[in-house]
Design a protein around this ligand. Structure first.
Ligand code: F0G
Length: 350
């Protein structure tokens, strides 16, 4: 059996002999070479890091396993987070396996159905409030200060430590860092974590280079791009509907130190990339995940030359979490009577 994330990367993580080694199978996700879009976009090599293959269907599990292990080590019996959905699903799963009480605060009516279903079935205490993610995070910070409950949002540095293991895996798979890493940006923890991972691996000699970090916010929530807090963030990509990213500074540092960019893509670009990824590559990511590919397509169209470059797009979560957006974005299904002749007609005529 493959070693679990906490054991495998022990030397790079804040574990001690007292840290419980827990796992539900996180990490070690596929890095898949593009079959069709690589040529169409004009990249030397294009890869997708499929973080939807984590046990709760998103990259959050990498950070959550570390945050929850450290919370248990610190003798917490409860954890809390604010979430646009994926963090809550992940916290609820690790809370469940570790027998902790898990509180998740989510924007009411504004998280994808699959994510809500996850938190419910993992038996978390879900507090749905009439506020956006930024307000929920503000409240959670206060609650975690006032009560003996561990905060497991990416403000918790252990989350960032765990999430940097995705960068390690990319370098291990490619033999070095790629030239470019495209990644969606919401609360900005993940871009911060990847950069930390790439830098760390270079420092210890496991990589010769670091990639340019290319972060993409949604246009209606592009606080970092506009350099101002967005009080009422909007986007179809509910996972990154965030107007005041907690790791703002980390994202800016990743951009500046790597020589990369933080830019934004609009909902149309996100949904186009979302459909392309599924229809041309067989990869069903959630809408927010497609912001990475949408960003790559946007830059390629604007004249960037990736033809001699190795590019990785992080696909942060599985599309199964958000069936509503998939059904609304795809062609409608064809409903027919159960009749051979009618079916043949459709098949033959196309
Ligand atoms: N992609 C997905 C699928 C996400 O769920 C998130 C964040 C991001 C990208 C952005 O990552 O916040 O580290 O910049 N989801 C958080 C949540 C906010 O609550 O699940 P980030």
């Amino acid at each position: 059996m493959e070693q679990c994330l906490l054991a495998k990367y022990r030397d790079f993580l804040p574990t001690t002999p007292q840290t419980p080694i827990i796992t539900i199978g996180e990490g070690d996700t596929p890095l898949v070479r593009s079959q069709r879009l690589e040529r169409e976009i004009g990249c030397g090599e294009l890869y997708f890091k499929l973080e939807g293959c984590n046990p709760t269907g998103s990259f959050k599990d990498r950070g959550m396993v570390v945050a929850v292990a450290k919370a248990i080590e610190a003798q917490n019996s409860a954890i809390i987070c604010a979430s646009t959905g994926n963090t809550s699903a992940s916290a609820a799963a690790y809370g469940a396996v570790c027998g902790l009480t898990t509180f998740v605060i989510v924007p009411r009516g504004n998280i994808a159905l699959g994510k809500l279903a996850q938190a419910l079935i993992y038996d978390a205490r879900i507090l749905a409030i009439d506020a956006n993610f930024d307000k929920a995070l503000e409240l959670v910070r206060v609650l975690a200060q006032k009560h003996p409950i561990a905060l497991v949002n990416s403000l918790n540095p252990h989350r960032i430590e765990g999430q940097k293991t995705a960068a390690f895996e990319i370098v291990d798979a490619l033999g070095d860092a790629p030239d470019y890493l495209f990644i969606p940006v919401g609360n900005a923890g993940n871009i911060t974590a990847y950069w930390k991972g790439f830098v760390h691996y270079k420092q210890v000699g496991r990589a010769a280079s670091t990639p340019k970090m290319m972060g993409f916010e949604a246009e209606g929530s592009a606080a970092i791009v506009r350099d101002k807090v967005i009080p009422d963030p909007k986007t179809v990509a509910s996972a990154i509907r965030i107007g005041n990213p907690a790791s703002w500074r980390g994202a800016v540092a990743a951009r500046d130190e790597s020589g990369g960019e933080i830019d934004c893509v609009n909902d149309e670009e996100i949904l186009d990339a979302y459909r392309l990824l599924a229809a041309k590559e067989g990869v069903f990511g959630e809408p927010a995940s497609a912001a990475s590919l949408a960003g790559l397509i946007k830059l390629a169209k604007s004249g960037y030359d990736f033809s001699a470059r190795k590019v990785v797009c992080v696909i942060t979560g599985t599309g199964l979490k958000d069936p509503d957006t998939a059904i609304q974005s795809a062609k409608p299904l064809t409903e027919l009577p159960a009749d051979l002749e009618t079916l043949e007609k459709v098949i033959v005529q196309g």
